[in-house]
Design a protein around this ligand. Sequence first.
Ligand SMILES: Nc1ncnc2c1ncn2[C@@H]1O[C@H](COP(=O)(O)OP(=O)(O)OP(=O)(O)O)[C@@H](O)[C@H]1O
Ligand SMILES: [Mg+2]
Length: 243
Amino acid sequence: MKTPRSPVVQLHEIHKVYDLGEAQFEALRGISLEILEGEMVALMGPSGSGKTTLMQIIGILDQPSSGRYVLRGQDVTELSENERAEVRNQEIGFVFQAFHLLPRMSVLENVEVPMTYAGFSAAQQRERALGVLSRVGLSGKERNLPSQLSGGQKQRVAIARALAMRPALLLADEPTGNLDSKTSTEIMGLFQELNDEGTTVIIVTHEPDIAEYTERIVRIRDGRLESDQPNPNRKRVTGEVYR
Ligand SMILES: Nc1ncnc2c1ncn2[C@@H]1O[C@H](COP(=O)(O)OP(=O)(O)OP(=O)(O)O)[C@@H](O)[C@H]1O
Ligand SMILES: [Mg+2]
């Protein structure tokens, strides 16, 4: 029998109110959600529904106005600023639509950046960076600058950078938003492989085609959970394998 999977993310009645001086805007209106270890989840919803706001809270880049967030058993809403930064660095990897690579640094250096903040020796950084770059199929591109890569390759550098710290949770906000459909499928194939290896993955997307590659689809609307459904007919990317 399979052992039950433990929760990675537990959100209890999360509210987020943005203060606009004169007015306030409630972007999240009581979101409760649990994501289990090893799940691959799509977060969908119309523009302005609160997807990025929710991902920033899950990624500990922002704090909820009220509610409780427990990450791998630890209540992160009760931690100090420094402790939250530490948990973020240790537990969470981020991938963004616009890649967010440092333009003057090589591919290799970009991947090493998060490790420099975590007390790794230069040799350890190098070894891990080469390993994750090979994992995403970029061996041979280590010395390139980001500008010397295709869009899909840039996103793979960003994914390698996120993987370098071996995060428990990989968060991707519209990771295929700047990519053509073939490259998008390849990137989803890479996420599927990483998920097969045990990484918990949450992907924000407004594209139903992309969500089809995940096993569970959560929809939000106007800051509220609209639906949360398994995707039993999950599509698999076959063929393109970087290993
Ligand atoms: N810093 C902010 N200050 C005030 N309002 C904000 C702020 N950030 C987001 N909002 C508002 O909160 C709501 C949710 O925004 P959010 O960026 O989470 O939406 P989204 O679902 O990610 O949309 P998109 O699909 O366009 O990326 C929007 O109405 C937005 O205008
Ligand atoms: Mg967004």
